[in-house]
Design a binder for this molecule. Sequence first.
Ligand code: TRP
Ligand code: SF4
Length: 338
Amino acid sequence: MGNEKAKKRILTGDRPTGPLHLGHYVGSLQNRVRLQHQYDTFIIVADVQTLSTNFDHPENLSADVRQVTLDNLSVGLDPDSAKVFVQSMVPQIAELTVFFSMFITVNRLKHNPTIKTEAGQYGFEDNMTYGFLGYPVSQAADILFCRADLVPVGEDQLPVVEVSRFTARRFNELYAPVFPEPQSLSGDTARLVGLDGQAKMSKSIGNCIYLSDSPEDIRTKVMSAVTDPARIHRDDPGHPEICTIFSYQQAFNRDESPDIEERCRAGTIGCVACKKRMVQVIEELLGPIRERRARFEKPGVVDEILLAGTEEARKEGGRTMEMVRGAMHIDYFHPGGQ
Ligand code: TRP
Ligand code: SF4
């Protein structure tokens, strides 16, 4: 069997910490839906990784695991081809994490830009857990347990995927060539600005439009978003480059955005009209997503999808572990993988 796969493989996923938002959509969800049939696709619901910060609230996971799965299905992920699975139910990921942690240095993790930024956000700089510092190693195991080739992620995750690439190279060079070096892929909109104008949409800041928001939520949020503060009168010339709404026009209304930019600068479109158009555009995007969600929301549907996906993931993990044990000469009782 070796390392041969009929199709190249995608592995990506999310931490189940609450509903996914438009930032997730442009960063990763859109790519995973677009590529799901071209690649053999695995989607991880990373419950163990959630515990790297939320270890004191495991009781939220049960609902959040299902919520994140539903978000993925609602954007158009096809459960007949993509395999959505629960991280903690695939034991081979935990096994690989242990083996990888033997050769990844603490320094590499401490200097990882994503770890540094997130440690700052959570106030962990001076006192972080072993699991938090090591989450990129665990994420390398998430990606490599199925020997993935491509990892669609938001821009903030690129340094973490870099650890997976290093892990694959290092393992192959130390033991035997088992893993492809996974490539990362970010969305066209690298990062979506928050409704309050902050650098990014983030659940903890509460400046997000969620995929599951109602038409009323969308309206209220968009109409109260931060724009160019210099525009007081409708015909004041605007500065679209500093306006949150304009960045959404570029992300979700690409065709009209050059025209809006021109009219904003000339003071011939008012912010209210511009925002109303944005409300329509976002509703056109989220309306079908809301409808698909309702279809998957029937009792038992999500659970069945997760259980089937998890079973497939465990099978694939078994194949990888056979190769890993062989490469590391720890297949003591079945040398050669018999
Ligand atoms: N760290 C990712 C996030 O916070 C979630 C994740 C866990 C992931 N394991 C992964 C993403 C593997 C891509 C590949 O969004
Ligand atoms: Fe922003 Fe639109 Fe107002 Fe210009 S017209 S400042 S792009 S909301």
